[in-house]
Design a protein around this ligand. Structure first.
Ligand SMILES: Nc1nc2c(ncn2[C@@H]2O[C@H](COP(=O)(O)OP(=O)(O)O)[C@@H](O)[C@H]2O)c(=O)[nH]1
Ligand SMILES: [Mg+2]
Length: 486
């Protein structure tokens, strides 16, 4: 949705202005050319968080296959990219790249960095899959520090190398928020955290693994979402159990058969067996289930997951297909994937431009030179003026305070600026099949109403400004409809 200059073109233009400015500095030029190339590449989404927060598991859940982690690659960034052939390459510092053996398995792939690979900063895994057509996923080392130290090296690298972040935290603790807050010391960083989704991970463990733990986690996510401090740091908060989501996506007929057998055990009796993993493995169940089968279930689902799956089978999700779909939904994975699509993939151009602006800003600040002040001004101008960024900032503000609009108007504004999806039908709140004429009428009518608001001297300034952004979005839609209808 663009009126006037397109954001990707503005970013491209800015990068080339910077290349000219730094023409005598080969290192800076190389970095800027790298940024130009990135504009054409898939969107880079990094999965970030503290130790054992479930990063590799969420990555697998998003892929629907077991591909992470690369064994013994704890300190490296692992990039998962689409490729014709499965392949893995390690990049040790100061040494030539090294091909790693890729072992295909029934459920994905295994790669082992092995010992003695030196200091490896990056591993690139190429894997043919539709999931990676539009995005590159990056599995990252645990973030540490942040709280008192101020600097968080892993996060600094994440923000430099990726376009968007899934920040995993098991409970949205203060220290996790401080890690994210440490990343906001630039003009681009402060212009609204449109590139972070906060994920309450391992959500099945919420409330000590009670059967309604996933529901509780979802409520918790909603509460965080409304917290102004969290709101300033992320576009959305989603509760997700990567483990249950992945188990749902990979559920096979034999897994289902095992769970259906377990579901025959009366609930109270099964609960006793599921007090611990050990009991479940060694206890005398009244049904026949081999130890290896039990171990496989535990490995895939965890104790809470086994109990949840058995309960679901009992309550009518009594086929592989039904159970799989329900596990994926309950795990929060469906919501996470939708959020990634709506907030990141649909906003690809804006996020890529944002990365480019951030890179130029960082360079200008680190190596000021004659004329760099003007270019800093240009960065700020693009941030302030680009309609995509204004839409994104309005969305954050609406979520935070509604700008004082009543709930219905706030919801309409949110929809029109693309908060429920950036397609025309989603913005206008009409069926996909509506014809151009209908869409045009709805857009024109919305434009009228919001223009009245934008020009109403009795409304507070913040509301009028917000309304202006909505009007501009409507104009963009009308322009698109006119262009498409010709
Ligand atoms: N119960 C539960 N355990 C999980 C979940 N995700 C990961 N784990 C477990 O937590 C540990 C760390 O997971 P991993 O994905 O490797 O975390 P990472 O270190 O952040 O990459 C492993 O033992 C996983 O089996 C989850 O959603 N639910
Ligand atoms: Mg990991």
């Amino acid at each position: 949705m663009t009126v006037g200059v397109r954001l990707d073109e503005a970013a491209w233009g800015l990068l080339h202005q910077a290349i000219e400015l730094y023409q005598d500095n080969p290192r800076a030029v190389a970095e800027l050319r790298h940024q130009v190339a990135r504009l054409e590449q898939p969107l880079r989404i990094a999965i970030v968080g503290p130790w054992r927060s479930g990063k590799s598991t969420v990555l697998n859940a998003l892929m629907g296959e077991e591909v992470a982690p690369v064994e013994r690659a704890d300190g490296a960034f692992t990039w998962y990219e689409d490729g014709a052939e499965p392949r893995a390459t390690a990049y040790p510092v100061g040494q030539p790249p090294q091909e790693l053996a890729v072992v295909k398995s029934a459920t994905g792939l295994r790669v082992d960095l092995g010992w003695g690979a030196g200091d490896v900063r990056d591993i690139v895994v190429r894997w043919p899959t539709r999931a990676l057509r539009q995005i590159t996923l990056i599995d990252t080392p645990a973030v540490t520090g942040g709280a008192e130290q101020g600097r968080v090296p892993v996060l600094e690298r994440v923000l430099r190398d990726s376009d968007a972040v899934l920040y995993l935290t098991r409970d949205g603790r203060d220290s996790d928020l401080r890690v994210l807050e440490s990343a906001r010391d630039s003009a681009v960083g402060q212009s609204a955290a449109v590139n972070v989704i906060m994920v309450l991970s391992r959500a099945d463990e919420t409330g000590g693994g009670r059967i309604d733990g996933l529901l509780t986690a979802r409520q918790l996510a909603r509460r965080h979402y409304r917290d102004p401090r969290v709101n300033a740091l992320s576009v959305n908060v989603v509760a997700c159990s990567g483990m249950i989501g992945l188990a749902g996506r990979m559920l096979g007929e034999s897994d289902f058969a095992a769970l259906a057998t377990l579901a025959q055990v009366p609930r109270a009796e099964l609960d006793v067996h599921l007090i611990s993993a050990d009991r479940f493995l060694r206890g005398e169940l009244p049904v026949r289930l081999d130890t290896e089968v039990r171990a496989a279930l535990l490995d895939r689902f965890g104790v809470f997951g086994v109990r949840l799956a058995a309960t679901l089978v009992r309550s009518g999700f009594d086929s592989r297909v039904k159970l799989s779909a329900e596990l994926i939904r309950r795990s929060g994975l469906t919501e996470l994937r939708e959020s990634v699509t709506r907030c990141f993939i649909d906003r690809r151009d804006a996020l890529k431009a944002r990365s480019a602006l951030a890179a130029v800003e960082a360079l200008l600040r680190a190596e000021p030179t004659r004329g760099s002040a003007e270019l800093v001004g240009a960065v700020e101008q693009i941030l302030a003026g680009a309609h995509e960024f204004r839409e994104l900032r309005l969305l954050v503000a609406l979520r935070n305070t509604r700008l004082g609009f009543d709930a219905e108007l706030a919801a309409e504004a949110q929809r029109l600026v693309g908060g429920d999806g950036v397609g025309l039908a989603a913005r206008l709140g009409v069926e996909h099949e509506a014809d151009v004429r209908q869409l045009w009428e709805v857009a024109a009518e919305a434009q009228w109403r919001w223009r009245d608001r934008a020009e109403d001297p009795l409304l507070p300034l913040a509301q009028r400004r917000g309304a202006q952004v909505v009007v501009r979005s409507c104009e963009g839609m009308i322009a698109e409809l006119v262009a498409g209808g010709r």
